[in-house]
Write a protein that binds this ligand. Structure first.
Ligand SMILES: Cc1cc2nc3c(=O)[nH]c(=O)nc-3n(C[C@H](O)[C@H](O)[C@H](O)COP(=O)(O)OP(=O)(O)OC[C@H]3O[C@@H](n4cnc5c(N)ncnc54)[C@H](O)[C@@H]3O)c2cc1C
Ligand code: SF4
Length: 398
């Protein structure tokens, strides 16, 4: 742990003012001629580096040494509901295979639930060398206590070097809780993962509003935990060769939860653009809400779904669950047609895994053309009716 130490004797009234205006997070306030640092502090270290010399210093505890050589293998937490394995878990197993090949270490799958042995068999054919199964009636529904206990038991006994978790509601609750028990970090919502030959996992994700791609490496502690959203990595096909399945047990105390699940109700299935094979995405090139009917006609003609950029969702023109991007959904359809979308990094982060990207924009320098496979420079109000006419006539020639 690191903490900031204020040295009042080094702070003049002018120095205090300079420190207040220096902090980008508004965490420093003037107090009794000196300064005070509030909870808004993000430990960016700017006041230490750029403030008056010696006014604020950073005190770091010597890190506890973990013997990294004790930790081996890439593990995937495999989420299931009513026995059905979540697709993100299988996507991560495919990635885990690639990562583990760099260091020659094994791939593990971790599965928990009640009556989940069929799922375990499927996982053993999806790239896992070993599937560790916690199968108990107490694990039938997701309750954070027993699930975290099972996860921690697995980490303690198997000692995986890396743990990949799907960025689902369940994964987002479990990964940080388990990581905290091992005093290690979690990198959330990674968009790329690379393994170094020394076993350090480079966890890459957009940072500072998507303006940079941060490369995060956990060099001192293990396991290296990260979460990844669905559709970021391709879904591998199940193979023939099967890995070993190992049943794990927990004590009654570890399986106990004070939370009783009285009823589990299924949410009505909402339109999920991440499952669509064809998407027509609308951006600020549309002048008014009613004009989105044009995009809807194109989506209908192609048997696809309509989606949008953040400004369109924020304006209430389409619901938030139709937004693609960093703060929306990640999609990887066979075909996506973007209409009047500039192609910001935040939007592109959510769709650049699509098989075919066709962009329509009147600005030939719009960044969307850097990610698009086909580009049409023109006014969408002219291009879309022409596309519709050709689709309806079955005339796709240029
Ligand atoms: C932390 C953070 C997270 C964010 N998350 C997301 C996110 O998840 N998803 C997202 O989309 N954005 C996100 N944003 C916002 C993002 O930065 C952009 O502002 C947004 O993507 C721009 O949307 P747009 O392309 O629709 O609009 P603009 O950038 O305004 O682009 C409009 C495009 O339409 C073209 N155009 C105009 N008229 C026509 C016409 N008649 N015919 C053809 N083309 C035309 C223009 O040339 C232009 O290229 C985020 C921003 C931040 C800071
Ligand atoms: S470390 Fe950064 S956020 Fe914290 S007080 Fe200093 S300048 Fe502000």
């Amino acid at each position: 742990m690191a903490e900031l130490v204020i040295h009042p004797e080094q702070i003049t009234p002018e120095g205090a003012k300079a420190l207040v205006s220096l902090c980008p997070f508004g965490a420093i306030r003037e107090k009794d001629g000196g300064i005070d640092i509030g909870q808004e502090c993000k430990m960016c270290g700017l006041c230490v580096r750029k403030g008056p010399k010696g006014a604020v210093t950073l005190q770091e505890d010597a890190p506890e040494k973990t013997d990294l050589s004790d930790w081996k293998g890439v593990a995937v937490f495999c989420e299931q509901q009513e026995g059905e394995i979540h697709s993100v878990s299988r996507e991560l197993l495919g990635k885990a295979r690639e990562l583990a090949a760099v260091t020659g270490e094994p791939v593990y799958a971790l599965l928990m639930g009640s009556g989940v042995m069929t799922g375990a068999e499927l996982l053993s054919r999806c790239g896992a060398d070993k599937v560790f199964v916690y199968d108990a009636p107490e694990l039938e529904t997701f309750r954070i206590g027993p699930y975290t206990n099972a996860f921690s038991d697995f980490v303690r006994k198997v000692k995986p070097s890396c743990v990949l978790v799907g960025a689902t509601n369940m994964g987002r609750s479990l990964a940080p809780r388990t990581a905290a028990r091992f005093l290690t970090g979690v990198t959330a919502d990674c968009t790329k993962l690379e393994m170094r030959p020394d076993g350090n996992l480079v966890q890459i994700r957009p940072a500072f509003g998507g303006n940079i791609m941060a490369q995060i490496v956990t060099t001192r502690t293990r396991p290296q935990f990260c979460t990844v959203r669905s559709k970021v990595f391709p879904l591998p096909k199940a193979g023939e060769s099967a890995g070993e399945i190992k049943k794990m047990t927990l004590s009654p105390e570890e399986l106990f939860s004070a939370v009783q699940v009285l009823e589990a109700a299924k949410k009505p299935k909402e339109t999920d653009i991440s499952e669509a094979e064809v998407i027509v995405a609308c951006g600020r090139g549309f002048k008014k809400k009613d004009d989105l009917a044009l995009a809807q006609s194109l989506a209908d003609a192609l048997g696809g779904q309509i989606a949008c950029t953040r400004p369109i969702a924020e304006a209430g023109w389409l619901p938030q669950n139709r937004q693609i991007g960093l703060s929306g959904r990640t999609v990887a359809p066979k075909l996506i047609i973007t209409l009047g979308i500039s192609g910001s990094v935040q939007f592109a982060a959510g769709m650049k895994g699509s098989e075919f990207i066709v962009a329509v924009d009147e600005n030939e320098n719009a960044p969307i053309f850097d990610v698009a496979h086909y580009g049409i420079v023109g006014d969408l109000y002219q291009v879309v009716p022409e596309l519709l006419r050709r689709i309806r006539e079955g005339n796709y020639g240029v």
